[in-house]
Ligand binder design. Structure first.
Ligand code: AGP
Length: 607
């Protein structure tokens, strides 16, 4: 899940490519490089490490040219070092390729090419692409690329430039995301809009097996082996500033503090009076009403939001709901019902495991409804119906505002179903919408306790293990809290259903183990109290998230963070905020790279 960018035009090519790579670096950040064509001559530079390492390399270079491509890497094949960084070039260094994806048959292709005398420098799967293009190149780069595509198996978004075709970039896509940015007398390619939004808001989404041929004045599209055809362009509605840090130290902190605005925006877009409206639902009320089962597919934080949705949909809409980790869905021998709907949840809309699920589901004639944040993403475009989660661009790898946005839109979808099926009275719907409208202020109240959470982080950041426990709709909150801490502090944190403690994990508890206990006032409160006392009995340190004014629980807490009182099913939206802040401050104390944690990437586009 690398990031690729490309440019044809008259701007300073070094800055267009470097700024683009910086903005794509949440997709992978272990090495990077660029290649340019200037007066028909190819030059390239690459280095291990973050984009600023590449900037340092280029400082003393005279980067020229009107055509260029760039890459920031998340290694799948070959360790992060200079030779494995992209661009990958051919033996005589006259062709350069940047690639995102996995070429599954690269070993066989590599053996064949080596036998034919091609010199391989790297351990990457991607290098086979440039040697195949060199092998097929006579006098037409496009033809060589098309012949190469016939040999490749797997997923790819790649761009190629060559001295043999000095004014053009050729870009191809199958499985991995790629967009084209249209400009005046200039054009762009990119893995996502973030890298080029400051230059253009008019973009074209590439579909599988699309080929784009870019020069300064135009972009042509064709299907592999097909004729040139026109593709519609789309206008992006948000601006580059919303993808900046706005004065915060980290994107993650900015995105945590954006949550009240995000929730207000979602409610004002979806709730009209007492009516709930979804613009792109595209699945009829009749189909929803006769749905026998929702089969939710998601990964990581999206999976946690799916688990919360299960509790809500079964409780209020009285509809059977199952939740799978996307990468495990394919191993189920699905007993499909004709009225089942597969629901995909994905912030990026590009997660390969979840994308593979919806393609599998569609091949079995399931209807697919997706909850997606990134408009125009592959999951957005390939689903039968979509509910956009409206959180705006999220750059911090540790997803925060998007979790809350997903839980809120899933909650609104639940109320929409309940309205449709009359499983909840109109008065109750009104009441829950009223509770929902208070959430932004409640989040503000919790964020106001940030110094208190920071003090707790200062006390525990040296601990190497944490437990998170919760019950019912807050069991997923425990999983989410643990994931937030793991991702950015590298502390071994685990989330458990609190009732599971005594079946094993309780053995871990002693005076060195902090246990975050999610215990708001609701139907699970009494049982959570017993679990907290079980932890205390073994000298575990309890960090309790409780409903403000709960004097009883205070006696059992080493540290306590208050959340305002709200209805049970909305508590996961509030209980996650203190855990986001706690993870953030612990990671800052440990001097971890909060926005670009090791070994991770924002959207996981490989399976
Ligand atoms: C969350 O903080 C992680 N970055 C990760 O678990 C993420 O939720 C997962 O990769 C799914 O991504 P998606 O929502 O874009 O599909």
């Amino acid at each position: 899940m690398c990031g690729i960018v490309g440019y044809v035009g008259e701007r300073n090519i070094e800055s267009v490519l470097l700024v683009g790579l910086e903005r794509l670096s949440y997709r992978g950040y272990d090495s990077s490089g660029i290649a340019t064509l200037s007066d028909g001559e190819l030059s390239y530079w690459k280095t291990p490490g973050k984009i600023w390492e590449l900037e340092k390399v280029l400082q003393n270079m005279n980067v020229q040219g009107t055509v260029g491509i760039g890459h920031t890497r998340w290694s799948t094949h070959g360790e992060p070092n200079e030779v494995n960084a992209h661009p990958q070039v051919n033996t005589v260094k006259k062709i350069a390729v940047v690639h995102n994806g996995i070429i599954e048959n690269f070993q066989a292709l590599r053996q064949k090419l080596i036998a034919e005398g091609y010199l391989f420098r790297s351990q990457t799967d991607s290098e086979v692409i440039v040697h195949l293009i060199a092998r097929y190149l006579q006098d037409d780069l496009l033809e060589a690329v098309e012949r190469t595509l016939l040999d490749l198996e797997g997923t790819y978004a790649f761009a190629v430039i060559a001295e043999a075709d000095p004014d053009r970039i050729i870009a191809c896509r199958k499985g991995s995301p790629l967009i084209i940015g249209l400009g005046k007398n200039e054009n762009f390619i990119s893995s996502d809009i973030n890298a080029i939004i400051q230059h253009t808001k008019e973009i074209v989404y590439m579909d599988d097996l699309d080929i784009a041929i870019l020069n300064k004045s135009q972009v042509e599209f064709k299907k592999l082996g097909g004729a040139v055809y026109a593709k519609p362009s789309h206008q992006i509605t948000w601006d580059a500033e919303s993808a900046d840090k706005s004065g915060y130290d980290h994107y993650m902190l900015k995105e945590i503090f954006e949550q009240p605005t995000v929730v207000r925006n979602i409610i004002s877009n979806i709730v009209k009076g007492d009516q709930i409206q979804f613009d792109d639902l595209r699945i009829s009320n009749e189909d929803l009403n006769r749905t026998t089962r929702f089969i939710i597919q998601a990964c990581g934080t999206s999976w946690h939001a799916g688990l919360v949705a299960k509790y809500m949909i079964e409780r209020y809409a009285r509809m059977l709901t199952e939740v799978d980790i996307s990468s495990e869905f394919r191993y189920r021998q699905m007993i499909s019902g004709i009225n089942d709907i597969v629901v995909a949840i994905s912030q990026s809309g590009e997660t390969a495991d979840t994308l593979a699920c919806i393609r599998e589901a569609k091949s079995k004639f399931f209807k697919v409804l997706s909850f997606v944040n990134v408009r125009g993403s592959t999951i957005d475009r390939e689903s039968d119906g979509v509910i956009h989660t409206l959180a705006g661009p999220e750059v911090g790898v540790d997803s925060t505002k998007n979790y809350v946005a997903r839980v809120i839109t899933l909650c609104l979808f639940t109320l929409y179903l309940a309205q449709l099926r009359w499983t909840v009275s109109p008065d109750q719907i009104k009441e829950m919408l009223a509770d929902l409208k208070k959430i932004p202020d409640y989040i503000d109240q919790i964020l106001a306790q940030k110094d208190k959470v920071k003090a707790i982080a200062d006390r525990y950041y040296k601990k190497r293990e944490f437990l998170f426990i919760g019950r019912g709709v807050n069991y997923p909150s425990a999983l989410e809290g643990a994931l937030k801490l793991k991702e950015i502090s590298y502390i071994h944190a685990t989330g458990y259903a609190a009732g599971e403690l005594k079946h094993g994990p309780i053995a871990l508890i002693d005076e060195n183990l902090p246990v975050v206990c999610i215990a708001p006032h609701c139907s699970t409160y009494d049982k959570m109290m017993s679990n907290i006392q079980e932890v205390r009995a073994r000298k575990g340190k309890t960090i309790v998230i409780a409903t403000e004014g709960d004097a009883e629980i205070e006696a059992y807490a080493d540290d306590i963070i208050w959340i305002p009182n709200t209805s049970e099913d909305l508590t996961p939206i509030l209980t996650v905020i203190p855990m986001q802040l706690l993870s953030y401050y612990i990671a800052v104390n440990l001097e971890c790279d909060v926005d670009q944690p090791r070994n991770l990437a924002k959207s996981v586009t490989v399976e």
